[in-house]
Design a protein around this ligand. Structure first.
Ligand code: ADP
Ligand code: MG
Length: 579
């Protein structure tokens, strides 16, 4: 449907056309007429389907020119979203200068906001906490309010705004229109709807709407502990214009950001613990392309709409299937194509991804990490093309004499050019880590597993204790088999296995300790259900024959298996600093 076919004032149609919108999206087509009719409304539709316009356009059309005071209040979960929505509303109201939107959110000057409110703001877009602040101080008067909109309502509840929202809904005039928009409809939303809306019209745009269409999805499986390397490799190979990378924790965002920045990428992190000023800075750097990799948590990135995000990476798989849709919806915005990649390690994540794939009813195919030589060849070729164009243009011919000076009987112009090319590509080459040693047998690629030279670098190990030992007839190969089976990690990642009479200790990479404990809980070894915990050391050594593991492990791994450096005073500061 075209916007022209909706019953909208001419000024709005002109503004919408200026923005390049022609066709309505499904939620817009369904929600705008209901909003215009004055009815309450619940709108469920995925991220990226144009909800802002679905409520913003009718909100503006409903404004009355002669009325004084605030007529419309829009609540958003975050400052970024409030700012974004305010920007959109300004654009819709471009030809209606008497409409004065004002954003109010925490972390910014109260004074400035008060001044702006006093200047006759009539549409307020804000976060619940700050809106309440202003209401309490009397700097925001809502007694003339006729429309209230809850945007991203589910997220507002997730962020703990429930009470604030209820207070606000209590305090605004009863004779009003209430519209609620959300990507998901958990029970607490329905409760709010019941309590604060009057016979709302329910508009649902089915889940697999536009977000997933047009986004090519695939996944890479990498060995445990190699996700950061894999990401570096992919960034180098794919050269995204703008990429978003999702992690599940703030700590991971920080760590990954640091890793990428120190590897020379233009990356920055975004999460809820950052000061407002630096969040705004990061976002604007990303929007303008000064940084091209944004690493974020779900909450920080929720609803953020940046044009031209061509790739989304799931560094961690989302904890909630719906989040997968929100995440990959950051790319392929408004009908453009995009790519979404998930990086997984181990069988647990493999099954999680399969679950997501079922949920979105879309196949997510596996892809091989691009081959190192291939990447270098492609980069060389791309650069050679640029080089050829530069030669052709004659732009740099002034440097000829310098090159001639460098040439001798032994050194030809080819040698010099080769050195230049190598220097130019060396940073990229450094960022193409060798990733070998994939664990899961079904997927093992023999050519890729041959080498495992980098293994020795893997660093610290710790011991875990399994609650069964020789008295349960345990042998190292049973233990190793169970470990590989349960964790999905390659057998080589486990170090020494010491079988005592009643328990067994295993050296595991420190970074994987939690995963091992998690994956091994309740597992059966040799018919015996075991518990596994961190090994705290024991005085009594009931038996100490230090049997090595199965035959497979008896060959020393090149680079030397990390022997536990137990007892040595390494506090593990590298890992703990971020805390
Ligand atoms: P949501 O709130 O559902 O996540 P947004 O309102 O942020 O989605 O809109 C997503 C993107 O789609 C924005 O860049 C917006 O400008 C664009 N958009 C919205 N509606 C249309 C439309 N009818 N035609 C073209 N682009 C649109
Ligand atoms: Mg939105």
């Amino acid at each position: 449907m075209l916007f022209d076919e909706l019953n909208l004032p001419e000024q709005i149609l002109r503004a919408v056309a200026d923005m390049g919108y022609e066709e309505t999206t499904e939620i817009q087509q369904k929600a705008i007429p209901v909003m215009l009719s004055g009815r309450d409304l619940v709108g469920k539709s995925n991220t990226g389907t144009g909800k802002t316009a679905a409520f913003g356009i009718p909100a503006i059309a409903l404004m009355q020119r002669d009325k004084k005071g605030v007529q419309t209040l829009i609540l958003c979960p975050t400052r970024e979203l409030a700012m974004q929505a305010t920007g959109e509303i300004r654009k819709f109201a471009k030809y209606m200068p008497w409409i004065k939107p004002c954003a109010v959110y925490g972390g910014a000057s109260m004074e400035l906001q008060i001044r702006e409110l006093k200047r006759g703001a009539n549409i307020i877009v804000g976060t619940p906490g700050r809106v309440m602040d202003h209401m309490r101080r009397g700097t925001l008067k809502l007694d003339g309010l006729s429309l209230i909109i809850l945007d991203e309502a589910d997220e507002m509840l997730n962020m703990g705004f429930r009470e604030d929202i209820e207070t606000i809904l209590h305090d605004v005039p009863e004779e009003r229109q209430t519209a609620l928009f959300s990507a998901t409809m958990p029970p607490p939303i329905m409760a709010i709807t019941k309590q604060f809306q009057r016979d709302p019209e329910l508009i649902k745009v089915e889940s697999k709407a536009r977000t997933v269409d047009g986004i090519e999805q695939s996944y890479f499986e990498v060995p445990m502990g190699r996700k950061t390397d894999a990401l570096r490799l992919l960034m180098t190979a794919f050269e995204p214009a703008l990429a978003m990378v999702f992690c599940n924790t703030k700590k991971m965002v920080d760590e990954l950001t640091e890793a990428l920045v120190s590897a020379g990428y233009k990356a920055a992190g975004l999460h809820g613990d950052m000061k407002q000023a630096s969040r705004t800075q990061v976002l604007s750097a990303f929007k303008t392309g000064r940084i091209n990799i944004l690493i974020a948590t779900d909450v920080a990135a929720r609803g953020i709409d940046v044009e031209g995000v061509d790739m989304v990476f799931n560094y961690d798989l989302p904890q909630d299937n719906e989040y997968y849709i929100h995440r990959i919806g950051r790319t392929g915005r408004a009908g453009k194509s995009g790519r979404a990649y998930s990086i997984i390690s181990g069988r647990k994540q493999f099954y999680e991804l399969r679950d997501i794939s079922k949920f979105i009813k879309t196949d997510i195919p596996r892809e091989e990490l691009p081959d190192r030589n291939e990447i270098i060849a492609r980069k060389t070729e791309r650069f050679s093309e640029k080089l050829a164009a530069a030669v052709e243009s004659g732009k740099y011919s002034a440097f000829r004499s310098q090159v001639e000076k460098l040439c001798t009987e032994e050194v030809t112009a080819e040698d010099i050019a080769a050195a230049l090319l190598g220097m130019r590509l060396s940073k990229d080459m450094k960022n193409i880590p060798e990733i070998t040693g994939l664990s899961r047998r079904e997927y093992r690629d023999t050519s890729a597993t041959r080498e495992s030279g980098s293994r020795g670098r893997r660093g610290k190990t710790v011991k875990v204790e399994i609650s069964a030992g020789r008295s349960n007839s345990l042998a190292p190969n049973f233990v190793l088999g169970a470990l590989v089976e349960a964790t999905g990690m390659p057998g080589k990642s486990f170090g020494k296995i010491d079988i005592y009479d009643r328990f067994t200790t295993v050296e595991v990479p420190e970074a994987d300790k939690e995963h091992v404990l998690d994956a091994m809980s309740g597992v059966k070894i040799n018919g015996q259900r075991v518990t596994v915990k961190a090994y705290e050391g024991r005085g009594e050594r009931i038996e100490d024959d230090r049997r090595r593991g199965s035959g497979r492990r008896s060959k020393p791994v090149p680079g030397g298996r990390p022997r536990a450096r137990s007892g040595r005073g390494r506090p593990g500061y590298e890992n703990r600093r971020k805390g």
